[in-house]
Ligand binder design. Structure first.
Ligand code: SF4
Length: 654
């Protein structure tokens, strides 16, 4: 008998106003672990293909990772799964905080919701008592107001995950927020919840995950903490570090982000979070500029971007904050008197760039305001920023005018207009209604050649990392079964920080950079590994912090004796099923093409990407060959499906 999971999930049917537990076979955990792996296995079987994502037949699931709920460092994540209303592909979104462990504390490995209520509801699972309750008091409230209301009603110890105004209005770029505005943002799954009239899930429990080899498990964690402890920095040292990171050009030359020691990486994340990239990435060419048509050093030079630096953001920091079981704590809570905001999450790099360099906006306060608006509305900041950039470019090219925008002057860098436009998108007010489902759908509504300004991959807004800088991002942006994501196992992206030390501790492929021929193989292995990292509930930054006893922790928890190769095979099984889910919808993701701009067509004439065009299609073919998929159409081969124990997929694809 394995441990680490409860062996059951909870199904809630909002049409029938009922719920039931389902016991899952142990083998399912061996084969799909937890998180979106388990979610994909269940949804593939239980949700017919061609079900409309916003129909009652659509299923949405909430799955903690396999390690989630334990003290394993960085393991507190959960995943929301479903069919994406934005792309029609397999959809998943990931969030940290404390909601994932709360699912486990209720004694479940997942909560799945089907059907649709007639009136707003919330699901309450408190100390074993499951209820579907009236949500009319919180429908129309933002996620923070709603969380506070529910805490007043059910006690401070509850954890919640729910939609804000964007999800209520079925925005296809809306997400699901927990812990006062952390969002499982991507794939538009907030709209699925909204279509079911499900406002929130409330959790509280005290169940404990059983650990097979508790002594070893705890000793591994103790040793990890001992070896990786971050010493608190004195104000003077913080000041010195801030000054160093103000010297962006030197940092760029040193390529410090790529080569830093584990201790330095943890310290950087602790004190600056992901916003450490705000200025450096604009300089190096990682950040997209002016809706991917500009060049950082000319259009958004240091003199402008420095106003968005993490050092400037830290001036508003009142405390450090992080996910359950995380020793790094890369988040922060800010207080912004100028905006009358007493408490808000610090923005991430993706948000700062989506509303910063992408729009040529260096007004930090406007970005903080937008971050708070988006978190409260639970809308994806990447998708919203990209959609705003699209609208600005349409306006600049006379495809939208002042009448269309309700008087908003959509100029590059006009922060006031951008804040107002975001508010309209959240409320679907005027032009906001045109834009509320993302850039691709907006371009279909606007027509008139506007498509060229919608920088999306299969309808999903492309995040804030340039494939001309991290080359293999092009192929994950294009071809992952959830397209347009920077969190999808790009091998270059996995090189940030002392990843090599992490690789060494796990025997993962290394030094692929020196051997281009092995690159596709390394990418295939990395893809498998990335799935198990996610499905264990691990933070994607964890490999950037050096050696980590990942496999030993998994085996001590479960009692399995699985080696890295078998875990990677599990990851490839999960990726293959995600791929099959998308293909079953009639989508040949292998034929997807990226917008010309992001791959350098035509190549830039100056700047860090001068002369570069990214080839990604041939690389995908090699990658398919390594995974046992047909390189022409991405279909997993029958033999591969049999080898991976996915025979049940064959009838759907062949
Ligand atoms: S590093 Fe940051 S995002 Fe990752 S688990 Fe820690 S606090 Fe959460």
């Amino acid at each position: 008998m394995s441990n680490g999971f409860f062996g059951k999930v909870l199904w809630v049917d909002l049409t029938k106003n009922s719920f039931e537990e389902e016991v899952l076979p142990e083998n399912m955990y061996h084969q799909f672990m937890g998180g979106y792996g388990l979610g994909c296995r269940l949804l593939y079987e239980r949700m017919d293909s061609k079900v409309k994502p916003l129909s009652p037949e659509s299923i949405i699931g909430f799955f903690p990772g396999l390690l989630t709920g334990t003290a394993a460092p960085f393991s507190g994540r959960f995943m929301v799964v479903g069919k994406s209303p934005l792309t029609g592909t397999w959809g998943d979104a990931n969030s940290g905080g404390t909601f994932g462990p709360a699912i486990k504390k209720c004694g479940y490995d997942g909560i799945l919701v089907k059907g649709a209520a007639k009136n707003p509801k919330y699901i309450s699972i408190i100390d074993g008592n499951i209820e579907i309750l009236d949500a009319s008091d919180i429908w129309g409230k933002d996620v923070i107001e709603s969380e506070l209301f529910l805490k007043n009603k059910h006690g401070k110890l509850i954890k919640t995950a729910g939609i804000g105004l964007a999800g209520e209005r079925l925005s296809k770029i809306s997400g699901i927020a927990n812990d006062k505005g952390r969002i499982a943002a991507r794939s538009g799954l907030g709209a699925v919840m909204g279509s079911k009239k499900l406002k929130t899930i409330v959790l509280k429990g005290n169940k404990k995950v059983l650990i097979s080899n508790r002594e070893n498990f705890l000793s591994l964690i103790k040793e990890y903490h001992k070896a990786t402890k971050i010493k608190p920095l004195s104000p003077m040292k913080k000041n010195i570090l801030s000054k160093i990171f103000g010297m962006v050009k030197s940092i760029r030359r040193l390529k410090i982000g790529m080569a830093a020691s584990p201790t330095l990486m943890r310290t950087i994340y602790r004190y600056f979070g992901t916003t450490i990239g705000n200025v450096i990435s604009a300089e190096t060419g990682d950040s997209p500029i002016k809706n991917w048509s500009g060049i950082g050093m000319y259009d958004f030079p240091y003199e402008k971007s420095k106003l968005l630096s993490s050092v400037n953001i830290n001036k508003y920091k009142v405390k450090e904050y992080g996910c359950f079981s995380c020793p790094v704590q890369c988040g922060a809570i800010l207080k912004v008197p100028e905006l009358d905001i007493k408490e808000m999450h610090s923005p991430e790099y993706e948000t700062c760039c989506s509303f910063g360099s992408l729009l040529l906006n260096n007004d930090l306060l406007s970005i903080l305001k937008i971050n708070d608006l988006c978190n409260r509305a639970a809308i994806d900041t990447i998708s919203t920023g990209v959609t705003v950039a699209f609208a600005i470019e349409c306006f600049q090219n006379n495809l939208l005018n002042l009448d269309d925008t309700g008087g908003l002057d959509l100029m590059w860098g006009n922060s006031k207009s951008v804040v107002e436009l975001v508010r309209k998108i959240i409320l679907r007010e005027g032009i906001g209604d045109t834009l509320a489902d993302g850039a691709k759908i907006a371009s279909e509504k606007i027509g008139k050649n506007s498509k060229q300004y919608a920088i999306t991959s299969f309808g999903s807004e492309i995040p804030m990392h340039d494939p001309r800088y991290f080359k293999s991002l092009a192929f994950t942006y294009a071809f992952d079964p959830t397209p347009g994501r920077h969190t999808a196992a790009s091998i270059d992206f996995s090189e940030i920080g002392p990843y090599d030390k992490f690789e060494k501790s796990l025997n993962l492929p290394k030094k692929w950079k020196k051997n281009e021929e092995k690159k596709a193989e390394a990418q295939a292995i990395n893809t498998g590994f990335h799935q198990i990292l996610n499905c264990a509930g691990m933070c994607m930054f964890s490999p950037s912090f050096g050696p980590y006893p990942f496999i030993d922790l998994l085996n001590s928890l479960t009692g399995w004796n699985t080696n890295i190769d078998d875990y990677i095979k599990t990851g490839i099984r999960i990726q293959t099923l995600r791929q099959a889910f998308t293909i079953r919808e009639g989508i040949i993701i292998a034929q997807n093409e990226l917008p010309d701009r992001i791959i350098g067509l035509p190549p830039a004439e100056k700047g860090p990407h001068k002369g570069k065009t990214v080839e990604y299609k041939e690389f995908y073919k090699e990658f398919c060959n390594r995974l046992g998929w047909n390189p022409e159409n991405g279909y997993p081969l029958k033999k591969t499906l049999k080898d991976l124990d996915l025979e049940f997929v064959i009838k759907d694809l062949y």
